[in-house]
Design a binder for this molecule. Structure first.
Ligand SMILES: [Mg+2]
Length: 398
């Protein structure tokens, strides 16, 4: 079996109203997609995010496609290594230092690798008439989901934010949720956490995403103040460049700073959505003091790297709580021993494209995301929707 065609396209659909993090507003639901076809007619799909969408597609179409054509998709690790060596190996920091890499240069290559790798795993599973979950030795089963919600929305009061969240939580029976803080400093963060805890009651598990808004001192202060609200986790409390730190200096270590926060609070920490590969995650696991790993298969290296990160975490007593894209993470989570939860959304507000772009998009029922039972990822790309809303870079509509 040989790869005979690689297609890619991107799609943006507006979020109305924009959904705010500490760092800014999410105005669009965005995805780059990839479809790889073999000479035997089998095909697989993948998705990528976390970089400029046209850049991701350019890398897939212009740089990775010539390296992929003629390869056997069953040889997924070999292909991953081939693509990694093409560019990423040269952009990776030379030592395991916690030093941040040259993200702008790496991101489209990492994301493009993710989309290709996911499509290859789709083919690998379909070739054996299995789901990806079954191929990995897992039994497809529902996985605990959390509703990622409570954004900063222009003109929305705290009461309205809580009401909207509760409506969604109740509709799908969620027992876990996540909220955003950090845009307006420490006091606003604690006020928001207190308001949500009061509104949803004591039984709801609450994660709090700071999206890297704070310096180390503020992060510790907020984590300590949040201890009384019985949180599931605090996520990425620390900014890339805490006050006074020089990130260019070799002695600046983001993961070690996170570890300092962890040592000063009883609230569990989560991180990993912005860690780019196994080696980077190893630094986070070793120094960061996290309880939950949020490595994202669609931003960084696909299923191949995600599974290695999951094993690393299993060896260190850390649970997987992958960031975003639950429709891909569900099968990976159902296949490993240390899965905790998948991140789901109020799709009509946060991800209006997803349920239409992916036929077979899994649903949440009673707080659990259903695991698709079809072959491969159990989904297909809806070409009608892609044609209407997407930008094909190299795509032959069927
Ligand atoms: Mg986050």
């Amino acid at each position: 079996m040989k790869i005979s065609k690689v297609e890619t396209a991107w799609i943006t659909v507006p979020c109305d109203p924009p959904q705010g993090l500490s760092s800014g507003d999410i105005t669009m639901s965005t995805d780059a997609v990839c479809r790889i076809t073999t000479d035997e007619g089998l095909y697989g799909i993948g998705e990528a995010r976390g970089a400029s969408l046209p850049e991701i597609c350019r890398v897939i179409a212009g740089e990775y496609t010539p390296l992929l054509l003629g390869e056997n998709p069953v040889e997924s690790q070999y292909i991953w290594d081939k693509l990694y060596r093409h560019k990423l190996a040269g952009l990776t920091p030379p030592e395991q230092s916690g030093k941040r890499p040259d993200w702008p240069a790496m991101r489209p290559y990492q994301a493009a690798l993710a989309a290709v790798d996911l499509a290859i795993w789709d083919i690998k599973a379909k070739a054996r008439n299995l789901s990806v979950c079954e191929l990995l030795g897992g039994k497809p089963h529902p996985v605990v989901a959390y509703l990622s919600k409570a954004f900063y929305v222009e003109g929305q009061s705290l009461d309205e934010m809580c009401r909207e969240a509760i409506e969604e939580l109740e509709r799908d029976g969620y027992t876990h949720m996540k909220m955003r803080v950090g845009r307006y400093g420490h006091e606003d963060a604690v006020r928001r956490i207190a308001a949500v805890r009061k509104a949803v009651g004591p039984a709801m598990k609450i994660g709090v995403d700071v999206n890297q808004a704070f310096d180390c001192e503020t992060a510790i202060k907020t984590c300590k103040a949040a201890e009384e609200y019985d949180l599931m986790w605090i996520e990425e409390p620390l900014g890339r460049a805490p006050k006074g730190a020089d990130t260019k200096k070799a002695d600046y270590d983001w993961d070690a700073c996170l570890g300092e926060i962890a040592a000063n609070t009883s609230v569990p920490l989560s991180s990993g959505e912005n860690h780019y590969n196994l080696r980077d995650c190893n630094s986070l696991v070793t120094k960061g003091g996290i309880r939950y790993m949020q490595y994202d298969a669609t931003k960084n290296g696909g299923a191949t790297e995600w599974l290695k990160v999951a094993a690393l975490c299993e060896a260190n007593g850390i649970l997987m709580a992958p960031h975003h894209v639950p429709h891909f993470h569900i099968m990976l989570s159902a296949a490993i021993s240390n899965a905790f939860i998948v991140e789901c959304y109020d799709n009509k507000r946060q991800h209006p494209a997803w349920p239409h772009l992916f036929d077979g998009f899994p649903e949440v029922k009673n707080g659990l995301m259903e695991c698709p039972t079809g072959k491969g990822w159990g989904m297909d790309i809806n070409e009608k929707f892609l044609k209407k809303h997407g930008t094909p870079v190299a795509w032959d509509f069927r």
